[in-house]
Design a protein around this ligand. Sequence first.
Ligand SMILES: NC(=O)c1ccc[n+]([C@@H]2O[C@H](COP(=O)([O-])OP(=O)(O)OC[C@H]3O[C@@H](n4cnc5c(N)ncnc54)[C@H](O)[C@@H]3O)[C@@H](O)[C@H]2O)c1
Length: 486
Amino acid sequence: MDHGALRVIIVGAGYVGLVTGACLAAIGHDVTVVDHDRPRIDGLIAGRIPIFEPGLAELVAQQAGAGRLRFAEDLAGHVCGADAIFICVGTPPRPSDGHADMAQVMAAAGDIARNLTGFAAIVVKSTVPVGTGDEVEALVRTIRPGTDVAVVSNPEFLREGVAIGDFMRPDRIVVGTADPRAGALMAALYRPLTDAGAPLLHTSRRASELIKYAANSFLALKITYINEIANLCEEIGADVGDVARGIGLDPRIGERFLKAGPGFGGSCFPKDLLALMKTAQDHGVPLRSVETAVAVNDARKGEMVRKIVRAADGSVAGKTIALLGLTFKAGTDDMRSSAALVVLPQLQRQGARIVAFDPAGMANAAPLLPGVAMADSAMAALAGADVAVILTEWDEFAARSRGGRDGDAPAGTRRPAQPPRTRGGHSRRLHLPIHRPTPAGRRAPAPRKCSRIARPALSWHFLDLFPLGHEPGHPVRQTAASAEKP
Ligand SMILES: NC(=O)c1ccc[n+]([C@@H]2O[C@H](COP(=O)([O-])OP(=O)(O)OC[C@H]3O[C@@H](n4cnc5c(N)ncnc54)[C@H](O)[C@@H]3O)[C@@H](O)[C@H]2O)c1
């Protein structure tokens, strides 16, 4: 096997396909990314990136400029001579039963089969149920009997928002195949990363398919566990941040994925847990822990609503709620299974008026959240609000809590006084530009007092109340929920 540049086709120009394509080009391969969404491909050819992913636009421009990365609307004419063809299409939950919908994967596999000319590895990077590799292989052999092909499972573990770093410095690369040629080809493909220290794990195709689901489920269990502990903390007056740190310092547990919040969401965890749950049920070995995590996570959104209602003195009817952060986590424009999609409609049904702001997700969020007023900035969202909720922990909502200086404050803003320490001793300073600009650059009045709201419900990291003199007699209450997300 030649250890040099390989010819790679990527089917699907979404989060995974674009990042995979740009990164494989960056490590020296010759890559064509194909997507049947014509406007998407036209935009990419014109240099427009359809998703928000830090660093991706620069990397795509650089690799396209270097001639290693191209875009095309269909596979015809591109498959000939390819060493590896990656399937990076969506696997959403099937509305009827929660199983992963394989329609896009099988359509892509059929397209590939019809265009195959010689040996190539078909690499399934989409997250797919155990046995999908067998089905893809059977389909290819039906369409092209006698064809020389290897179907490989190579699940992707990147996280949106830090996807390029995750791809280039992975914790592990998993390759599932029993075909030695395909195994060697995949090793050659990833050699620049493995030479830099990334571990490559060769497994059976089925084990590889399960690894992805099992990993996501385990992380979701961790989040769910700390959210349940947070519920208990709120009742007994303990700070869940302290508890998480106290247990997370045990290396057998670890600190990651122990940030309480409104529950997990996003493009992967909810659908992957559901799919694993269904697969396990179908095989007669139900995964009770995963089933419970799904139920607890759903209930957590309702908890969130109840907290906000409590922060609004028992009723949100006729009140204005400023909602900061709409995407399922910070660092992405992805709204899939975002907590906002559950929490906001519930508040609206209770009579609240919602004014929202998100640094990257406004365009995707607006059509999904009818009746929500979208503000131009966090500051504009907060103007006149009765309660402020930070739903997604974007840095810019808390940036100044990490060592910012007064001088950093935007015009017309001011740093709040030292925030109160909560009963559990945990407090985190939050510096939002939430003051209205005052005439002639005068500083807003100092806060008259700081007090807690909603008991020490410290699963929310910014749960301190700053009656900010926002409007005399009309304090903004600020509460927050955020969680470490996939
Ligand atoms: N988004 C993530 O963070 C992430 C991380 C790891 C794994 N995954 C998994 O990777 C897969 C892809 O996820 P995504 O978020 O990139 O999806 P996405 O929906 O953002 O992108 C999928 C793309 O595939 C295109 N497509 C669908 N069928 C096609 C076909 N037959 N031919 C050409 N193009 C086609 C669509 O037009 C779309 O642009 C899913 O299985 C997902 O679970 C996602």
